[in-house]
Ligand binder design. Structure first.
Ligand SMILES: Cc1ncc(COP(=O)(O)O)c(C=O)c1O
Length: 367
C-alpha cells in the first residue's frame, strides 16, 4: 500500500454527492462569475472568520497583492516602504510585497514554532517600516500580544497571510481577523481547498474592502467606469459553490488534523527526529513538520517503505535566484536555513486511516 502525501481524490470522495450537486446547480444557473454563489460564500466565510468583509479573488497570491496594492491606492503605503515578513515562508508572501515595489525585510523565525521570532522584530524596524506581514505557517497561529503591541507602538499595519491556517484561533478569534487585513488561499491542497485556484481577502476596513473589490475587477467603480488600473482576479461561481460545501466540514477536519498530530507526537519516538511543538497556541496542522539532520535519508527510507512525504520548502526565499537583485540575497539567516535543510512533512490529513497512521508511526520509529 502506497500512502500518498495527500490524496485530493479521497478527500473529494468524502463529499462527492454534495459537491456534485453544488457544481450542477451552478451549471444550471447559467451564471458563472460574480453571482449568487460568490455572494453566499463571501457571507459565510466572513461570518466564519469574524470580519465585516470577505472579497473573493482568483488565488492567495492575488489576495495578498491586492491588499498591498489597495493600501498604495489609498495613500497609506508608498513605493519603497518596508514590510517585515518571516524569512521562512512560501515565496508568495514575499512576492506580494515586492510586486508592489515595497521592500521585504526578512526576520528570522523561532526554531520551536517555525513562526516569526517576535523578539527580533523591533530591531528590524526603521523609519520606513509600515507593515508586518504575519504568516501563520504550517497552520500555527503566529500572532502574539507582543506583535500586537509592537504594531501599535510603531503604528504598523498587520497583514495576515492566512493561506495555511483557515480555522486557526487566537484567544477565540480566528486568524484572518486579527490584523488590518488578511489574504487566504483556497489552493486545492489547503485545509479549505477549491477545485482549482481560488482565494479571498478579509477585513473590517470599509475603504480597503471597496478598493480591493474594485482592483480585483479591473479597477471598476461602476459598470465600465474605471477608478484604478486594476486586474482581473475574481472567484468563479463553481469554486464559490464548492467552497461553501467544504466550509461546513472545515472545523471537523481541522479537529481530525489536530488529533492525528497529537497521536504522532505521542507515539513517534526516534531521537533523530524532532517533532513539532504542541502547546496552548492553536495549530490546524496544514502541515506536520518534523526536523531531521538526515532529512534526505529519512525521506528516501519512507519512500522505500511506501510513504510519500514533501519538503516545505527545499530552498529558502533569500537563496532563490528571483531575488538575486536584493540586498538580503544570500544573507545570513541560519535558523531559516536550518529549517529548509531539515524540514520534512509527514502525511497528515482527514482521509488518513487508522492503520495508515499506525504504519507511518511504526516506519518513522524504525528509521
Ligand atoms: C503561505 C502561503 N502564502 C500564499 C500562498 C499563495 O496562495 P495561492 O497558491 O492560492 O496563490 C500560499 C500557497 O500556495 C502559501 O502557502
Amino acid at each position: 500500500m502506497m500512502i500518498p502525501y495527500l490524496s485530493l481524490k479521497s478527500i473529494t470522495e468524502l463529499y462527492k454527492d454534495e459537491l456534485s450537486a453544488a457544481v450542477n446547480s451552478v451549471i444550471d444557473s447559467g451564471w458563472y462569475l460574480q453571482g449568487k454563489a460568490n455572494e453566499l460564500f463571501e457571507t459565510e466565510y466572513r461570518k466564519y472568520i469574524g470580519t465585516k468583509y470577505c472579497i473573493g479573488c482568483a488565488n492567495g497570491l492575488d489576495a495578498l497583492i491586492l491588499i498591498f496594492r489597495a493600501y498604495k491606492e489609498m495613500g497609506i503605503l508608498h513605493d519603497g516602504d518596508e514590510v517585515i515578513v518571516p524569512a521562512n515562508t512560501y515565496i508568495a508572501s514575499i512576492l506580494a510585497i515586492t510586486e508592489n515595489n515595497l521592500k521585504a525585510v526578512l526576520v528570522e523565525p523561532n526554531l520551536e514554532t517555525f513562526q516569526i521570532d517576535d523578539s527580533k522584530i523591533e530591531q528590524s524596524i526603521t523609519e520606513k517600516t509600515r507593515a508586518i506581514l504575519l504568516v501563520h505557517l504550517y497552520g500555527r497561529c503566529s500572532y502574539t500580544d507582543k506583535i500586537k503591541n509592537i504594531a501599535k507602538k510603531h503604528n504598523l499595519l498587520i497583514v495576515e497571510d492566512n493561506a495555511q491556517a483557515h480555522g486557526c484561533l487566537y484567544k477565540n478569534q480566528k486568524t484572518g481577523s486579527l490584523g488590518n487585513a488578511a489574504g487566504h488561499s483556497f489552493y486545492p491542497g489547503k485545509n479549505l481547498g477549491a477545485f482549482g485556484d481560488a482565494g479571498c481577502v478579509t477585513t473590517d476596513d470599509d475603504e480597503l474592502a471597496e478598493c480591493v473589490r474594485s482592483l480585483s475587477n479591473y479597477g471598476q467603480s461602476e459598470k465600465y467606469v474605471f477608478k484604478y488600473c486594476g486586474k482581473n482576479s475574481r472567484l468563479d461561481e463553481t469554486n464559490a459553490a464548492v467552497l461553501s460545501v467544504k466550509l461546513k466540514y472545515l472545523d471537523k477536519e481541522n479537529n481530525r488534523r489536530k488529533e492525528i498530530a497529537r497521536i504522532y507526537n505521542d507515539k513517534i519516538k526516534n531521537n533523530k527526529i524532532k517533532l513539532p511543538l504542541i502547546d496552548s497556541t492553536d495549530n490546524v496542522f496544514h502541515i506536520y513538520p518534523v526536523l531531521c539532520k538526515e532529512r534526505e535519508k529519512l525521506q528516501k527510507y519512507l519512500l522505500e517503505n511506501d510513504i510519500h512525504t514533501i519538503i516545505h520548502y527545499p530552498i529558502a526565499p533569500h537563496q532563490q535566484k528571483c531575488y538575486s537583485n536584493v540586498e538580503w540575497y544570500k544573507g545570513n539567516f541560519p535558523i531559516t536555513e536550518q529549517i529548509h535543510r531539515e524540514e520534512l512533512s509527514l502525511p497528515l490529513n482527514q482521509s488518513l486511516k487508522e492503520d495508515e497512521i499506525d504504519y507511518i508511526i511504526k516506519t518513522v520509529n524504525s528509521f
